[in-house]
Each structure stands twice: as structure tokens, then as C-alpha cells.
Write a protein that binds this ligand. Structure first.
Ligand code: ATP
Length: 374
């Protein structure tokens, strides 16, 4: 389409030392964050973590207690919302009920006194795949269609940045998933910076190039979805994004680029680059591995497991077949109460509750967390 913004840099969002306090309560601790122009950025976190407050400070709907907001080269900290080159889409789409879809989308242009709106509105309706619905009223559309009207209405004035505050929160799961892909497509097509607030990790991972995981008013970790998943730096991130198995271990020695740790009676190996905990001998580390990275072998066949893999022994407590995979819960000897979920295992009739097994995985799929951080 013709929508690509060419104004280089105008879509950068730069927050410097931005914070928000309500009385003695700090909703957002001083935060430095740069969102590059044209990226799809997600602020992800549980309810109350400060993500909406951060978004509202970018929009100008909330006055920061400290710090500055730059959009491109412009310091907008003192500007009211309507003077900022941003637009916001909220969970409640707030379409004008008495106007048809065409006029809802045209609204921003008409307000600016632009007379010939037809081509732009039609292009925009095309972009959100609502060309056929132009003369309907909002109540005649589905929730997902109404949400797309809200996006079209917000994009028509070509803001440098589009802010989205839980825009899919009111939709059912199936529609949500459709709209996630749809919003991603629209963002790629228009090339405008999107900053998206959500508490749904799957949603953030599906859509965003970069995700900032927020916890208690701070960004815990920032990275690509794959980064955050493969290499979480904190137990919060490890547990908030997917499932992590965490094993208590103690640093023993170093072996080249690897750290060797003691866990129970055995040892585990971890690349030092994947360990966010101090690695001095005797230090406590939580050793993490994702469930789908683990292989499960019956104890009778343990001799066939290749050298160099991390391994722990245990007993199957439980298994459930869920189609694409089987999930196992393992009582591990490393830690009496410890359970492991292993998936994607070739079905072996002997792998039933009560069976003695060896769990094994590659050191490359292992991460280390600071056991003392919380
Ligand atoms: P949610 O997903 O529930 O909206 P959030 O992560 O977006 O959560 P914020 O809305 O940013 O969280 O709120 C962060 C914290 O600041 C919360 O603990 C909230 O109770 C508090 N807070 C927000 N607005 C105010 C206010 N006007 N006065 C006092 N406290 C507030």
C-alpha cells in the first residue's frame, strides 16, 4: 500500500528515567526504554505491574512523576495527548454508534478539515479487510470487525506511533488468535511503530518483535520472544513465559566455557553465557530447562543415552496423552517434591506411571538463574 511512513526516526519512542508514583506507591520505577521506529513492541505483565501506566505516559494521558518522553527527535513530555503524533486503541473500541463504518473511519480526517476523504478511507478499509462493510453501523459488525474499525480509525491520521491497550481483551479466544495475526499483518504493511499492552504471554510472543516483561513497576527483561523464552534471566520471566523446570544446584567447577554444577548426587553442565547467576564455586544456581527440550528414557536403556547430556533420574508419577505430545510428571531424586513435564516423546509402552526413568537434555538448552534474587 501507500501507507509506509518515510519520516525516518519520527516513530522512535524514547523513555528516559520515566516514573510514576501515586502518593507513597510507585506504579512505575524510573525506566529507560527505546522502541525503534517501525517495530512491534509489547509491554507484557500481570495485572497491576505498571504496563498501562507506562503506555498512558507515552500517550500523554498520565503525567510522569519524573523523566522525559521523546517521540522521534521531539520532547513531548509537556504536550497534551492531542498534540502528540500518537493514537491509542483501547479495549472498549468506542466507535460512534450513529455513524456508519465509513464515517467512523473518516472522522479524524473530517475533523482536520480534509474534504476529499473517499480514497483514503477506502484504502484504510481495504487494509483492515472491511471494504464490504462501509455502509453498516457498528452494531451490525462482530467484535473482531469492530476492533478492526477502531484500528482503521486510529491509523487514518498516520500517527508515528500506535498505542494499543489490551485491544483484544474483549474477544473470545479464537477471535483473539485471528486478530493477533491480523494486527501483525497490518503493522507490517503500514510500518508504523506499535506499542501493545497485554497480560497474555502468547499474544505478546505471537505479535511482537520485542517484548518488555514488566513486574512490580520494573522491566525485568527485554528481548525478542525467542530470546526471552530460550534465555530467561529471572525466575519471574522463566515462569511467566511458558513452563520451566527449575533444579536447585551448586556451582562446582568450570570446564572451558561451561560451568559444572552439583545437584543431588549428580552433576549438571551449563554454558556460562546462559547463566545469569554468579558462578563462583559454592554459589547457588537454579538450573532451568524447558519441558519440550527433555528426552525421557526408560532406566533399563540408560546405557544408550549419549555422553555429554545433562541427566537426572526419577520415576513417572503421571502421564497424560494430549494429542501432539504426552506430558509426564516425574518425581525426581534431585529434589523430592520436584516434578518435570516432558513432552514430544516417542511412545514407549513401558513409560507408564511407576516406571524408573532418566530425563536427559543438552547443556545448550539449559539456563541458570540466581537462586538468591527473590
Ligand atoms: P492492568 O492490566 O490490571 O491494567 P497494569 O499492569 O496495566 O494492570 P497499571 O494500570 O499500570 O497496571 O497500574 C499499576 C499500579 O498503579 C496498580 O497497582 C494500580 O493499582 C496503581 N494505580 C493506577 N492508577 C492509579 C491511581 N490513579 N491512583 C492510585 N494508584 C493507581
Amino acid at each position: 500500500t501507500t501507507m509506509k511512513t518515510t519520516n525516518s526516526g519520527s516513530g522512535d519512542v524514547r523513555l528516559t528515567g520515566i516514573s510514576k508514583t501515586y502518593g507513597s506507591f510507585t506504579a512505575v520505577h524510573p525506566l529507560d526504554l527505546t522502541v525503534p521506529q517501525g517495530s512491534f513492541f509489547a509491554l507484557l505483565g500481570a495485572s497491576g505491574c505498571g504496563k498501562t501506566t507506562t503506555l498512558r505516559m507515552i500517550a500523554g494521558l498520565e503525567e510522569p512523576s519524573s523523566g522525559t518522553v521523546h517521540l522521534g527527535d521531539q520532547d513531548v513530555t509537556a504536550l497534551p495527548p492531542y498534540k502528540r503524533p500518537v493514537n491509542t486503541v483501547f479495549q472498549s473500541y468506542a466507535l460512534f454508534p450513529h455513524l456508519d463504518i465509513f464515517e467512523n473511519v473518516a472522522f479524524g480526517l473530517r475533523r482536520r478539515g480534509i474534504k476529499s476523504v473517499k480514497k483514503q478511507v477506502e484504502d484504510m478499509l481495504e487494509l483492515v479487510q472491511l471494504g464490504e462493510q462501509a455502509r453498516k453501523k457498528p452494531h451490525q459488525l462482530s467484535g473482531g470487525q469492530q476492533q478492526r474499525v477502531a484500528v482503521a480509525r486510529a491509523l487514518i491520521n498516520k500517527p508515528g506511533v500506535l498505542l494499543l491497550d489490551e485491544p483484544l481483551g474483549a474477544l473470545d479466544l479464537k477471535l483473539r488468535r485471528q486478530m493477533q495475526l491480523e494486527l501483525k499483518r497490518i503493522q507490517t504493511e503500514v510500518g508504523i511503530t506499535f506499542v501493545h499492552v497485554t497480560h497474555d504471554q502468547e499474544e505478546a510472543m505471537t505479535m511482537a518483535d520485542t517484548v518488555a516483561v514488566m513486574n512490580a513497576g520494573r522491566v525485568e527483561q527485554l528481548g525478542s520472544p525467542a530470546d526471552l523464552y530460550e534465555n530467561p534471566n529471572t525466575t519471574f520471566v522463566a515462569n511467566f513465559l511458558g513452563t520451566s523446570n527449575l533444579i536447585e544446584a551448586e556451582v562446582d567447577t568450570k570446564n572451558g566455557d561451561d560451568i559444572v554444577l552439583k545437584a543431588g548426587g549428580g552433576k549438571l553442565v551449563l554454558p556460562e553465557s546462559r547463566c545469569s547467576a554468579p558462578t563462583t564455586t559454592g554459589g547457588k544456581v537454579l538450573v532451568g530447562v524447558r519441558p519440550e527440550k527433555i528426552s525421557l528414557t526408560h532406566a533399563d536403556d540408560a546405557g544408550a543415552i549419549p555422553e555429554g547430556r545433562n541427566r537426572i533420574t526419577g520415576r513417572i508419577a503421571n502421564s497424560s496423552f494430549i494429542g501432539v505430545s504426552t506430558q509426564y510428571v516425574i518425581d525426581s531424586t534431585v529434589c523430592p517434591e520436584f516434578e518435570v513435564y516432558a513432552q514430544n516423546i516417542d511412545r514407549d509402552a513401558r513409560l507408564a506411571p511407576g516406571a524408573e526413568v532418566v530425563l536427559h537434555w543438552s547443556p545448550a538448552h539449559t539456563f541458570g538463574l540466581d537462586a538468591a534474587q527473590d
